[in-house]
Every structure is written in structure tokens, then in C-alpha cells.
Design a binder for this molecule. Sequence first.
Ligand SMILES: [Zn+2]
Length: 200
Amino acid sequence: MISFNKIFNEVVKNISRFPGIGKRSAERIAFSILKMKPAIVEEIAQSIKDLNKKIKPCRLCNNFSTKEVCSICSDSRRKEDVVCVVEEPTDIMAIEKTSQYKGLYYVLLGSISPLEGVNEESLNIGKLVNRVKKGEIKEVIISTDPDTEGELTAQYVIQKLSRYKVKIYRIAIGVPLGTKIEYIDSATLGEALTKRQPIG
Ligand SMILES: [Zn+2]
């Protein structure tokens, strides 16, 4: 017969896969699952499956979406020729909270990080370059994190786009160095977008 330890450790191993969850935290979560009603456990498991199955990257901008094209890309009230480039979909949520931005987005799904072995090739930039090449985009605002990886990534995006006829901006003023876009308060981030800096 399969032992308690074996079942329990399997759950701890799986919960430890989440970012920021160490073995101790995973054990605490596993113990709390033991005390839950089966219906609640089922609900948790189902919602995780739904998230994984029903949410896909938007075909145009890589934002999370339940449809092929996300709600922002398909919103006709937004400026189609202005694109804000961010590292992660969570950055879109942060910028949307400022209510200062009415253009579209493009999510790189990461940043260049030599320490973690993430190089330029693994960055998801092809679709953006194509749209700029076709002249669909007049203005690009690079809003990658103001840390080392974000700066490297910004430089790479600039290098890829500067040969085309497009205005490139980098958010700068008011954004503290070494932080992440998603942790910056709305007022600061809103001002940083308003006072974006032209590149070149
Ligand atoms: Zn989209």
C-alpha cells in the first residue's frame, strides 16, 4: 500500500515548483490541503487547469488572453500605431492601472539575462519587428524594467528597430533604478510614461 509520506512528499514536490515557494512553505500548503473539504480542493485544482488550458498568449502582442486576439489589441478605441514594449503581461496590468496610456502593447515574455543564459535570440521580438517594418507602428515606447536586464533588453529592441521609420521612446523620469515595472506605484509610472524620452 502507498504510504502517507509518499503521497505527501509528491504534493510538496509539486507545490515547490511555484516561484518563491520553498520546501517549508510547500509543506504548510500541503498540510492545509489535508484539512480542506474535497469540493474546495477540486475547485482549486480545476481553476489551475482552466488557467493553463484556456489562457493563451495573444496572437498579436503575447498578452494573456482567452481569445486569439486579446481585449486590448481588439479595442478599436486604442491608438493602433503606438506600441508600449514590456517584459511580462503583469507589466500591462500595472500600466493599465495608471489610465495614462491609450496605445497598444507588445510583450517580450522575458528579458535578456546573460547570468541566467537568456540571450537575444530567445527574446520574442519577431512579430514586433515585422509590424514596424510594415509601417503599422509610428511610435514605440520601451517600458522594460529599469534594471540591468531591462536596460540590456531595451538596447537590443532599439538596435532592432532603429533602422526603420519609427519614433522610439524609453520611459525614464521618475522610475527608480533597480526595480520592476509591476511594483512601481501608478502615479510614478503614469508620470514616467507621460515624460518618456525620445531615443536617437
Ligand atoms: Zn494583444
